[in-house]
Ligand binder design. Structure first.
Ligand code: NAP
Length: 270
């Protein structure tokens, strides 16, 4: 076992599928497995086992705890305050966060451009922080974060170098934004059919971080009103690609990218 993803629970993760397809495509003799680690055992498993791997991914609920366990941090992960990828080198561990990369690469795939864009993010959890910090780094014109708890939105805004505005969900207006991001779980099972916002400006990009269902109520309403819909599946795939690049130095090409996208859709039943 040379790589792994850790989480609790972990059964649903498609990371093993993505990484195994990449190893096969590039002829790498590596293995990638899922390890379920209850929070109370994280520290001991980290010290005894995980740091002997070449690297590992981190998912819910360990992203913040692993942030505190690694020996060093990449600058972006430091600002986000969470780690989803660890590179191990002779038991020395470095933490990275590739969620923001995944978000931006997927946006570019749909011809979206963050530079100068005015973006509103709905939600202020872990994914919202990753996306907001990356947008700021990429040169967004402004980032507005709207959440149930305005303090969480304000906390994200305090990390940004671009113009940043915090508000509540009631402050949402559809006009004046190039990109509207849903960074809440609203629209996922068991809330399919629900959306935090229902009005969109024609020509804007509606980007839902949710990948299952493929077309959420948020994306359906956006398309009906002339906005471009971007689903979260490419973000999920690209954050895995960024981890693969950190570990191997290889950038997956378009042929394997499309194969993985199709296989992921099939496995997830999308
Ligand atoms: P999180 O840390 O739990 O944050 C969720 C955010 O949504 C919080 O701000 C929460 O508000 C808000 N929220 C929850 N229910 C809500 C409701 N009914 N109305 C309004 N706001 C609500 O979760 P996360 O890790 O940021 O993930 C958010 C979403 O992004 C999930 O659907 C996740 O699957 C998706 N995601 C996708 C990718 C990808 O690669 N495609 C990567 C990461 C995450 P409170 O703080 O007030 O509870």
């Amino acid at each position: 076992m040379s790589y792994a993803v850790i989480g609790h629970p972990i059964g649903h993760s498609i990371s093993p599928l993505i990484h195994t397809m990449l190893y096969e495509y590039y002829g790498l003799d590596e293995k990638y497995t899922s390890i379920d680690i209850p929070p109370e055992h994280l520290r001991e498993v980290f010290e005894e086992k995980l740091s002997t791997l070449k690297g590992f991914n981190v998912t819910i609920p360990h992203k913040r705890d692993v942030f505190n366990l690694v020996d060093s941090l990449d600058g972006y992960a430091q600002r986000v305050g969470a780690v989803n990828t660890v590179k191990c080198d002779g038991r020395k561990t470095k933490g990275y966060n590739t969620d923001g990369d995944g978000f931006i690469r997927a946006l570019k795939r749909y011809s979206g451009n963050a530079v100068g864009a005015d973006v509103v993010i709905i939600g202020a959890g872990g994914a919202a922080v990753s996306v907001a910090v990356k947008l700021s780094d990429e040169g967004a014109g402004s980032v507005t974060v709207l959440a149930r708890d305005i303090k969480k939105a304000e906390n994200i805004c305090s990390k940004l170098d671009c113009k940043a505005y915090a508000g509540t969900l009631d402050d949402y207006r559809p006009h004046g934004y190039d990109i509207i991001v849903n960074a809440t779980p609203v629209g996922m099972h068991p809330n399919e059919g629900e959306s935090c916002v229902s009005l969109f400006q024609s020509g804007s990009i509606a980007y839902d971080l949710i990948y299952n269902p493929y077309t959420t109520a948020f994306l359906e309403k956006a398309q009906e009103q002339g906005a471009m819909a971007v689903n979260g599946l490419w973000m999920l795939i690209y954050q895995a690609f960024s981890a693969f690049e950190i570990w191997t130095g290889i950038s997956p090409d378009e042929e394997i990218s499309l194969k993985i996208f199709e296989k992921a859709k099939e496995v997830l039943g999308l």
